[in-house]
Design a protein around this ligand. Structure first.
Ligand code: PLP
Length: 461
């Protein structure tokens, strides 16, 4: 291995990197990214990469957008900070809340701002608990998420996340956070089970869990329309319809975590609209500002807002909020982002580009290493397996997914290796048809190199 550069040593000695094997990292050092334009990134050695992950599922308008930079600079000059505590306000927050209410796929009463997806989901949990106290049902507090869900990493949102790495040795999940089955047809369906039958079984399972726990103890169910970090899992047909009936029957609030799917990823403003999911409450973040500044929000239904009013009368204040709730610079960037989405018909463009993206993705399903190629809109994944016929996975310790992502990186392509040797793709929404082809050409080459490597190492036998 080449000796580490001075920058690498400075990094290793000063930073803790999220989602990184910190021990192995001391030997490998960082990949330092220096600049970005459109869907392209350049590292500190001047090497170009297509970012097929939109950063972390967020830079929907790509890098270096001058209009967003100008919106931020203009707002910083005019009013660089203002808060929303104690009834203070400012125009960017008011206007953004109105715009989100207009766009929402279901009736939204009010909007609460925060700075991340984790904070949005934590706020959801707190408001659900608060609401049920206000409504005189203090035992109705459990929240049901799904295995392989990703809802964030703060203590409560990480508890909803259904991935082992987010729980192990963090003493999570906390009490009252439950996980039901993952709607992953490729992995979880029984032999010969149709998508519709699988969805029926998942709904029965959820129903049985709620009945077992006691419906008067279950407050909410939370779901991503398409699961992202858990493996890009598209639910089986009729899933949300059937799950929705179960939740309605037991008076369980439905929360849509639209942190990835919101703002056009699936070709409509919200992923829920594409999948027949009618949530009560919605979390958003990421593409709301195209990832240019941290911002999240909870889109609150009337029933929850009325409970907040009742608690206000009882307690004298709504004791929740962040310094940066509704930050004016982030709000100004979000407003400009929404303007561009509308002006450039970005969501319609996603719908138009999706067939090409999905066709190239599905074609990778023929590759000897790919057990399952799946996706919707401009999000997708390939799951690498040791044996396609039996769906046998590789030994997780061999790190085939990360190795394949490294081959992609060497080909000038950024993808993300998720648990289960799954490589995800979630490019900026502004990616061109030529760039989509480039993504898949590079990924095919990376998969061939991975195949050569696993064959050489004897890892498929
Ligand atoms: C669906 C979903 N919810 C919540 C989060 C957490 O967001 P953040 O990392 O901004 O806290 C993420 C992050 O990837 C996500 O994908």
């Amino acid at each position: 291995m080449a000796p580490l550069s001075n920058t690498a040593v400075r990094d290793i000695e000063s930073l803790v990197h999220p989602y990184t094997n910190l021990d192995a990292f001391r030997a490998s050092g960082p990949l330092v990214i220096e600049s970005g334009k459109g869907v392209w990134l350049h590292d500190s050695m001047g090497r170009p990469y297509i970012d097929a992950m939109a950063g972390l599922w967020c830079t929907a308008l790509g890098y270096g957008n001058g209009e967003l930079a100008d919106a931020a600079a203009g707002q910083m000059r005019k009013l660089s900070f203002a808060h929303l505590f104690s009834g203070r306000s400012h125009d960017p927050a008011i206007e953004l809340a109105e715009r989100l209410k207009e766009m929402a796929p279901v009736p939204v009463s009010k909007v609460f701002f925060c700075s991340s997806g984790s904070e949005a989901n934590d706020s959801q949990i707190k408001m659900v608990w608060y609401m049920n106290n206000a409504l005189g049902r203090p035992n109705k507090k459990k929240i049901i998420a799904r295995n392989r869900a990703y809802h964030g990493v703060t203590i409560a949102s990480a508890s909803l996340t259904g991935l082992a790495a987010n729980h192990m040795d963090f003493d999570l999940p906390i009490a009252g956070m439950l996980h039901t089955l993952c709607p992953h047809h490729y992995r979880e369906a029984l032999d010969g089970e149709s998508e519709a039958d699988f969805a029926t079984r998942l709904a029965h399972e959820l129903d049985a869990m709620i009945v077992r726990e006691g419906p008067d103890t279950v407050a909410a169910f939370i779901a991503e329309p398409v699961m992202g970090a858990g493996g890009v899992i598209v639910p089986p047909e009729t899933y949300f319809e059937k799950i929705g009936e179960v939740c309605a029957r037991h008076d369980v609030l439905m929360i849509a975590d639209e942190v990835i799917c919101g703002f056009g990823r699936l070709g409509k403003p919200f992923g829920s609209e594409v999948l027949g999911f009618r949530p009560d409450s919605i979390s958003v973040a990421k593409a709301m500002t195209s990832g240019y500044l941290p911002m999240g929000a909870v889109m609150i239904p009337q029933v929850m807002y009325e409970a907040l009013l009742m608690e206000g009368r009882k307690l004298g204040t709504f004791g929740h909020g962040f310094t940066y709730s509704g930050h004016p610079v982030a709000a100004a960037v979000a407003l400009k982002t929404l303007d561009i989405y509308a002006r450039d018909r970005i969501f319609e463009q996603v719908a138009a580009k999706a067939p090409q993206f999905q066709a190239r993705l599905k074609a990778l399903g023929e590759h000897p290493l790919v057990g399952n190629a799946r996706g919707l809109g401009l999000i997708g994944a390939v799951e690498l397996v040791a044996d396609k016929a039996t769906k046998r996975s590789f030994d997780a310790k061999k790190g085939i997914g990360p190795r394949a992502a490294a081959f992609a990186e060497a080909e000038g392509l950024m993808v993300r290796a998720l648990a289960g040797d799954t490589l995800s793709l979630c490019p900026p929404l502004v990616i061109s048809p030529q760039e989509i082809d480039e993504v898949f050409d590079r990924l095919s080459r990376a998969l061939d190199l991975t195949l050569d490597w696993v064959t050489r190492e004897g890892l498929r036998g």
